[in-house]
Design a binder for this molecule. Sequence first.
Ligand code: 13P
Length: 335
Amino acid sequence: MSELNKTALKILENGKGILAADESTTTMTKRLDSVNVSSTPENRLLFRETLFSSSSMKDCIGGVILYDETIKQISSKKNTIPELISDTGSLPGIKVDTGAKILAGSPDEKITEGLDGLRERLKEYYKLGAKFTKWRGVYNITKNYPSKLSIHSNAHALARYSALVQECNMVPIVEPEVLMDGDHSAKECLEKTSEVIKKCFEELITHKVDLKGIILKPNMILAGNRSKEKITNEEVAKLTLECLKSSVPSEVPGIAFLSGGQSEIESTENLNLINKHNNTNFVMSYSYGRALQQGALKYWSQDIKDIEGTQQIFNHRAKMNTLAAQGKWSKDLEI
Ligand code: 13P
């Protein structure tokens, strides 16, 4: 078993998932503004350090995705943030893309940037303690989109990124996110997501990426958030499994879903059903941002010194998702 394969499996072992705490400063500022907390480097660190020192880190969180600012910050205990995370037994990771920009040739769509100088940045992050990385491509569904151009160019970028990351001995998280925004049906989401994922793997193979040493971070198959169609959680699980079974090569060790704007409970419930019905070889877990942090952030904003209370909320969410990643969650466990 290669080192990269071991790392990927370790991150997702025993129902562990990933805490996506890699919001850019712009996004984090929006999140903090929404709860009336001032977005200073100190407050961003305080909230994140509160999560990273929670007791659930040990048994539930196999990896934490950091943002450039955070990986270079020093904790209140005077160790680095990657050290703080590693001390809990979890692995530090880093978002390395520089964001989605307007795609030339199709200005209503986005292409993710960040390849220039990436090899040098990766070396720096590795020295800082990162063991894995993340790059997110983003696609929207409308009548004409995602276009072939966006599907191709984002897959190409994800593959070039992944090859560079593996060269630097880290596990790339490959995140092609088909957004839930829109009035599309679940069937359209299934078709487009399958097309997007298949193209990603075609490019990953062309770029000689070791598929055993990656983690795929896809969206679940949902109807658009403005669609009249309402599908059940059981159907979400069924369609998501159908999509991944037909588009992900069997060498891939693990899949960690993004939450994508679903509520906390919905993300947990869908993950649980996916695992209950999992008829694939893939480990299926979570890499949630909002669905792990929303409740904790709201609570913390009432009193940013209440570390313990905030951690209790976060611990509960992390435990629920880790149970869901084993198909062992039920609604009556929620408080
Ligand atoms: P959400 O779970 O909030 O969608 O965030 C996951 C993520 O990392 C998006 O890139």
